[in-house]
Structure formats: structure tokens, C-alpha cells
Write a protein that binds this ligand. Sequence first.
Ligand SMILES: C[S@@+](CC[C@H](N)C(=O)[O-])C[C@H]1O[C@@H](n2cnc3c(N)ncnc32)[C@H](O)[C@@H]1O
Length: 375
Amino acid sequence: MANTNLANAKTAKNDEFYTQYQDIQKEINAYLDYDPNVFRGKTVLLPCDDPEWSNFTKFFAQNFELLGLKKLISTSYAPESKKYKMPYQPTLFETQQPYFNPDKSKTNGKIFVLTEDVSGDGRINLEDLQWQYLEGDGDFRSKEIRKLRDEADIIVTNPPFSLFREFLAWIMEAEKKFLIIGNINAIAYKEVFPLIMNNKIWTGCRFNKRVNGKNMTFLVPNYYEMSGTELYMDENGNKFISVAGTGWFTNLEHGRRHEPLRLMTMTENFKHSKHKEVRGRKDYEHYINYDAIEIPFTDAIPSDYEGTMGVPISFIDKYCPEQFEIIGIGLELANMDIIKKKLGKLNGGPRLYVERDGELVRLYERILIRKKQSI
Ligand SMILES: C[S@@+](CC[C@H](N)C(=O)[O-])C[C@H]1O[C@@H](n2cnc3c(N)ncnc32)[C@H](O)[C@@H]1O
């Protein structure tokens, strides 16, 4: 019980990671490079946000004209509904409004809308955002936010970590374009993998990548307890967390995903691979419980192999649909009867196995791919 509480508290904390401006800007630029009109005439919804200070709202409001948006809608979740409990203080921006309501401030979400120049300065920007309290708490699953979702063309946010599956399903059921932040672990989720396999969604420009030696880094609430090396504080006392394996998921086109991987042939790999596990070999290992060869590193995929190959999950970020087709995932395809017969028992869930020095070795999750015939 204590462990469950601890785990729940940790997940709740993870729901409160706030995205940095430059991460949003860099990612959006990649889509604009591919199609400068990707946002033109579109209604963009930023749910699960905190519009008074969120960088998503700031970025889209500041760039409203540049992107050619038709409408920007941003909604927040009521402080009292948040799973992670922290002292609540309404912002000056809110308390100074004549319609400030101290009760609603805690129990209701807020909606910010931008469509036109309200301030009269001749530009549409942050100054022109109009806000009011939502009727409910701003839960993305509520009827009120669903209606906004249905109105939107593109949904952009960093959704709560604990509700990632539900959030993605919520987007997909409405068949919307989206750009959201998630973790590499989500690739193997049974709700997510089929979407990736069928090219309905893909990883964005930045995914599972260290930039200047750092994973993607998020601002966390001041009350977040500093522990572990992944947390640090800047000179202004703001606390940040760097999260390995994080990045963007999307169904918006960007050029990088159509760049084929440059690969060596099998013989070249055995001669020149930088990986000691590959260099000097005569063959790749073959799985015991699926008809495919084991490729332990994405850059060790042989360019001239026609059969099925198992590759690490991180391959997805390099996946070019014109170069490879995805057959499935080890979790689904591994034949565990063979393993049970050989071992007499199972050590964990379905995985692909190889035999090394007479021992069966359970591998990390693998994605099964095959070269496209046209390449
Ligand atoms: C990871 S944070 C990201 C916030 C903001 N989008 C950003 O990136 O700066 C997710 C936000 O969603 C809120 N949230 C949690 N559960 C929610 C729900 N069911 N509906 C809407 N928002 C929710 C959290 O309280 C938090 O403010």
C-alpha cells in the first residue's frame, strides 16, 4: 500500500512538468520548414495548459500572425483537481480582473481565446487573449473540452504523463492533427504501437535525443523536492528536471522522417561496425522464438538483408517508412510456448530470446522490421 501511494505520488508529480519556450519553438520550426502553411487558417487547441504562464500559449499567441492562425484556444485544469497537491496562489493577472472569483479560481479551469486585435495596437498577440472561467474543471475528458477538441484542427500540448494513453486515444478518436510530448516507453504501449506501425503517428523532430549533452528539460514546481542528478536549479532559483527518452509524437509531416538511414551491408558491418558486439562476427544471431535476426543497434542494420530483423525500440526515431516496413513488436509476436518448454517456466512477459553459450537470453523489447522492396 505504502509503495502504491509512493508510486502514485511520483506519477502525480510527473504530471507537472512544464515545457520550455525554445523546445516548442525549435519543434514548430521543423514543421514550418517542411510546410510553411501548416498552421495557416487553422484553429489550434492547447489543452492541459496553464495559459497565464505556459510557454505553449505564449509561443502560439506571439506567433499568431506569423503562423497565420485563425483561432487559438488554450485551457487549464483546476488547481483543486490536480493530482499533485501544492499551495495555490492565483496570479496577479487573475486577481486584478473585475471578474476574479476566488472560489472558481480553485475549482474551475480557465479558457483563453485569441482571434483578433482587441487592444487596438494593430497586431494580434498575447495582449489580445480573452479569458474566462470554464464551467467545469478543464479535464480534457469533459464534454466541455471535448467540444473544443472537435472545433480544433490541431492539438498541441505536453499532456499529463499519467494520462498519456488516454490523451492520445482522445485525439485519435476525433481524427485530429496533433503534436504532443511523450516518452519512448509509450512506443510499446498496446494503444500506441499499432498507430506507429501503420504510419498513423510518428516521432517528431526531437525525440529521445540529448542536445548539448542534455535530455529534454522541463521546469517543475518550486515545491518539487530536489533529489537525484536529473534535477537542477538555475541562477534564478527555477527548478528543472531532465527526462531521458522524452520527445515529440505527432501526425504532422516533417522532412526528417523521410530521410533513409545510411547503412552498411552485412559484410561491411562485420568488418567495420563500431560495436564490438557486431564487428568480427560471421552472422547475426537468430531468435529462438521468432523467425528473424537480432540487430542489437539501429546503426548495425544491414542494408542488404531481405528477411525480418529485430531492432531496438529507439529505431522508431530513425524509421523512414519508404525504407522499412514494420512487421510488429516482440511483445506481440514472440512465441513463448517454445521458451516455456525449454526453460520449464517463464521469467516475465513475452520477449524475444537468443541462445548464447547454451543459455537462453531474454532481450529488451524489439521491433520487427523488413526492408521495403523499392529501396
Ligand atoms: C505535463 S504538464 C504540462 C503543462 C503545459 N502543457 C506545459 O507543457 O507547460 C500537464 C498539465 O495537465 C494538467 N492535467 C492533469 N490531469 C489533467 C486532466 N485530466 N485534464 C486536463 N489537464 C490535466 C496537469 O495539472 C498539468 O498542468
